[in-house]
Design a binder for this molecule. Structure first.
Ligand code: HPA
Length: 248
């Protein structure tokens, strides 16, 4: 089975032939919503809308631990996260798709680990390469098969939100080495590693980051939905090809 976490612009997957929905309770509480089970091209897929079915849960209030725990309980071969980002690097224009290979965490106050009990031995995870190389390769292959352009690699900066950044903050993120900025990459990526899931992200550039590109004086929020809507058509196409090539 393949698991897909949908972000802004993807609260459902129209290409999924739904068989049922299931509410899964976890030791960490409830996920963002019921898991949707079904098939794409005859392959088993489970889908979870990260911000809830009606897109009501802001990035800092998402129960990332419950979300990943629920998906982990299904033993998926891969977990594919779809996430919208602001483009910092000049070629990351609105509508571009990227498979990031690194991440920097600027979030705070979120429940970010499963290993916080004082009852168990202290556990560290290796996070040198934060995304699964196999899952990244699968996404890149899926994009190739779908004849859809996607950028291989980039550094994702995970910010707290829900507000967007100042231009100075974006300059700082760039000096830190970030290519794109989003609000949900952490702790999701780290929790996936703690659970040893094969996890990778398709980042969808929704806008130029603050102060970048055409957004010197502000980010035109009204334009974001249209960009995401168009880009998600390509993302869904990639996902269909990914499902076809991943095996069961
Ligand atoms: N900043 C942070 N998160 C985002 C952005 C942004 O500009 N665009 C989409 N998600």
């Amino acid at each position: 089975m393949l698991a897909i976490i949908g972000g802004s612009g993807m609260t459902q997957l129209p290409c999924l032939e739904i068989s049922h929905r299931q509410i899964i309770r976890t030791p960490y509480g409830e996920p963002s919503g019921p898991l949707t089970f079904g098939k794409i091209r005859d392959r088993d897929v489970v889908f979870l809308a990260r911000h809830g079915h009606g897109h009501t849960i802001p990035p800092h209030a998402i129960n990332y631990r419950a979300n990943l725990w629920a998906l982990h309980s299904l033993k998926p071969l891969h977990v594919i996260a779809v996430a919208s980002v602001g483009g910092i690097r000049s070629d990351l224009a609105p509508g571009r798709l990227v498979v990031p290979d690194q991440i920097i965490d600027y979030t705070y106050g979120r429940s970010f680990t499963y290993f916080d009990s004082t009852e168990q031995r202290v556990t560290h995870i290796d996070f040198t390469l934060p995304y699964s190389q196999q899952t990244r390769a699968l996404l890149l292959q899926g994009a190739k098969n779908a004849n859809t352009e996607i950028i291989d690699g980039g550094v994702y900066a995970a910010t707290q939100g829900p507000r967007l950044e100042t231009a100075a903050e974006i300059n700082r993120l760039e000096r830190d080495g970030a290519d794109m900025v989003g609000m949900t990459g952490m702790p999701e990526t780290a929790l996936a590693r703690e659970l040893e899931l094969n996890y990778a992200t398709i980042a969808v550039v929704a806008n130029y980051a603050a102060g970048r590109g055409t957004n010197v004086n502000g980010i035109p929020l009204k334009e974001i939905n249209a960009v995401l809507e168009q880009a998600m058509v390509r993302v869904r196409n990639i996902l269909e090809h990914v499902v076809s090539c991943h095996g069961d």
